[in-house]
Structure formats: C-alpha cells, structure tokens
Write a protein that binds this ligand. Structure first.
Ligand SMILES: NC(=O)c1ccc[n+]([C@@H]2O[C@H](COP(=O)([O-])OP(=O)(O)OC[C@H]3O[C@@H](n4cnc5c(N)ncnc54)[C@H](O)[C@@H]3O)[C@@H](O)[C@H]2O)c1
Length: 370
C-alpha cells in the first residue's frame, strides 16, 4: 500500500491518502481503530450499492455500529434536497460529534458527503472512499466539497478535509469505459502541469493496458495524487497556485455549459480544453512545436471527438466571462510552457479567447462544429 501525507499549514491539519489494490479492509480498520467506537454513517448511491453491498459490509470492522444511506445516482441529485435527506438520516440515527461519515462513491457522493460532514453539528469527521478514477485522482483529495444550485455547478460548498482518503483501485474494474476516460483526463492533466514522467508513463501505454495493469495504475494514480496534494498544500483555498489545477478548464467549462451538461462528461470537455490550451500556448509562442505535437497526439488518441453547434461571439463571451469566478478583471488562463510546467496568464480577455477559439477550430482538432 502506498501512502501520501497531506499537510495543510493553513488549516493546521494533516491526513493520509492510501493507495493500493484490495486495501479497503486494512486501511479502514487502521483509521477507525484510532477512534473509540465511533458510529459510522456510510453514504453511497444505488449503482455502487448494487455492485458492492456485500463487499462493503465485509470491510467494516466487526465491532463497529454502522448505518448506510443509499441515494439515487446522478449529478442532478447533487443538490440541497438530497443534502436535506442526508441530514435527516443523520438525525434519525442519532449521529453525534464523534460519528464518522464515509463517502463511498464517485465525486458526486464525495462532494455531498463532505458538505454534509462540514455542516452537520457544525462539522463532523468523514472518510473518502472514491470509487471512480476521477474521484481517486481529483475530488477525493483537497477538501473541496459542495452541491449545485440551479444557477450553477458547485455554487454552494465548503472546504472540509477528510480524516483519510482510501483509494482502492479494485473498484475501477466495474467502471464504464467512458467514465474511465473522463477520469484519465485529470491524470493526464496532473502530468502536464507538474509531472513530465507521469505524462511519459501515460503516453507510452494504452488505456487498455493501464486499466488491466494494477501496478501501472497504482503508480499513475499515486503520482497524480502527489501532484494534486503538493499544489493543495501550498494553496488550500485557491488564492493563487491552486488555479493551475484548472488547466484545460476554461474551454472545458465553456463546452460543458454550451452543451447544457448533456453531451459531454466533464473529463471529455477537459480533454478538448487541454488540447486548446496546448494549441494556444504553441500559437502564442510559449510551447515549442514538438511538445505541442506530443500533447496533441496523445489527447487525440483518447478518442473523445465531439460535434457541437456553432456559437456567436457574444454568447461565447457571456459563457466564458460567467466562469471567471469574481475577483480578477480578466480570465486566469492556464497555458503550458513545457510538458510538466504551466503558467497562469492573468487578465486574458474573453475577446482574445474568442479570436483564438476561431483559429483553433481551423486546426486538426477533434472538436467539429456543424
Ligand atoms: N471536490 C473536488 O475537488 C472536485 C473535483 C472534480 C470534480 N468534482 C465533482 O465530481 C463530480 C464528478 O465525479 P465523478 O466523475 O466521479 O462522477 P459520479 O460520482 O457521478 O460517478 C460517475 C458514475 O460512475 C458510477 N460509479 C462510481 N463508482 C463506480 C464503480 N466503481 N463502478 C461502476 N460505476 C461506478 C456512479 O454511480 C456514476 O453513475 C462532479 O459533481 C464534480 O463537480 C469535485
């Protein structure tokens, strides 16, 4: 089992991320043994419960008292109504300050449980057991929790770090191919922003090989989690550096919003967004042609071609501007200067991105406009 220690000076808090194959039982009993008979509240969704009901119950240490809440599956349930259900479950089962919640699922479950744990009785502890690739390399670490509001994704939330994050790659065997590719986008992102060796590992293998080779998968997830951890340690509340984790997200978010979150998974949109960011960096002279080609060819090989309708300039600017998250005057666009290094270009204008987007569509991109 590999371990990453996450140390957060801002919150004066530290926790472990444990990564391996079939490690759940050992990791859970290690962490729960540190508390005196806590009552455990597991929250999951129907899909995961149906797949792992028996398996999960066997992993909980025998002497512990636990309750399970099974929520419906889907991003559309990541809202206040569902959180209210979670609070009811906790109240009905007399959860107290010593209780520990467990998020057993993908990013949707992780974000909701983290938010419920941050707010129930002004905060109780929780453990993350991420079961999708995306949640294992991204949302399971870093303490961002939250829910959606009708006017936007993740509009309501809080920072709440878990007691521990347990990443068991055995869960990935049942993940749908498309979800695996979506999670892979964050793996490759972490390679591109901070770990050239991770990019090399990924670009020298195939998705099928990565999926079936547990050692390789653990190594890639470990390196990816290291990147996220080291960035979050330096900037827990996203006041600066943490923005580099948004590499590929400017055009990624635009595509998701423009297609009303119905056509692409977040990770698929980010793959196209990273292709744009790499092209943008090359086009503006920050990235050399060889590196651009390496990144582009690898992203093309992931097979996430999309066909979208055309858009006019004012709508494009409206969507891009909406995403800039208040504070700064312009957009913080994340460009790449070499494989493993990115730069934040503050005050990039939506107007200039529109011009660049038009040029990008003329390249051999895998984004086709009808
Ligand atoms: N907090 C953060 O830092 C952060 C970062 C990135 C994304 N997010 C959030 O994460 C969410 C997306 O997460 P996601 O991609 O994991 O989506 P998800 O939680 O919806 O999971 C995707 C699908 O896979 C299913 N699933 C989960 N584990 C499975 C398994 N082992 N086998 C088979 N099926 C399984 C789920 O039931 C679901 O249908 C979004 O809400 C996003 O806002 C949060």
């Amino acid at each position: 089992m590999k371990t990453i220690q996450v140390t957060l000076p801002q919150s004066v808090y530290t926790y472990k991320v444990r990564i391996g194959l079939d490690i759940l039982e050992e990791a859970l009993s290690d962490i729960l043994a540190q508390y005196s008979e806590p009552k455990v509240f597991i929250v999951t969704n129907e899909t995961i419960y149906n797949l792992y009901k028996n398996h999960l119950e066997k992993q909980i240490p025998k002497q512990l008292d636990f309750e399970i809440l099974v929520l419906p599956d889907g991003e559309q349930y990541k809202n206040l109504g569902t959180i209210s259900q979670v609070y009811d479950f906790l109240v009905e089962n007399k959860a107290n300050r010593k209780s520990i919640m467990i998020a057993f699922g993908g990013g949707v479950i992780g974000d909701m449980v983290g938010f419920a744990a941050a707010t129930y009785l002004r905060g109780i502890s929780y453990i993350q057991i991420p079961t999708t690739l995306l949640s294992q390399v991204d949302s399971g670490i870093g303490g961002k929790t939250g829910i959606n509001h009708p006017s936007g994704k993740n509009y309501i939330g809080s920072f709440k770090q878990p007691l521990q994050t347990i990443i068991d790659v055995s869960f990935l065997k049942t993940l749908k191919e498309r979800e695996f590719v979506a999670g892979y986008s964050e793996l490759i992102k972490h390679g591109l922003i901070r770990d050239p060796y991770l990019f090399q590992i990924l670009s020298k293998t195939t998705m099928e090989n990565l999926r079936s080779n547990n050692d390789l998968l653990i190594e890639a997830i470990f390196r990816s989690c290291e990147v996220k951890t080291r960035v979050v340690e330096q900037d827990e509340r996203e006041s600066g550096l943490r923005a580099i984790l948004n590499f590929g997200h400017t055009i990624g978010h635009f595509l998701e919003t423009f297609t009303a979150y119905k056509q692409m998974l977040h990770g698929e949109a980010v793959i196209i967004g990273m292709d744009f960011a790499a092209w943008w960096s090359y086009h503006h002279g920050y990235l050399d042609q060889d590196d651009y080609q390496l990144v582009h060819q690898h992203l093309v090989s992931l097979g996430v071609e999309q066909i979208i309708p055309g858009i006019n300039k004012s709508k494009f600017i409206e969507i891009i501007d909406r995403d800039k998250k208040a504070a700064s005057a312009g957009i913080k666009f994340i460009g790449i200067t070499t494989i493993g290094k990115v730069t934040i270009f503050d005050n990039t204008s939506a107007e200039s991105l529109w011009d660049d987007y038009q040029e990008f569509l003329k390249t051999d991109t895998f984004l086709n406009v009808i």
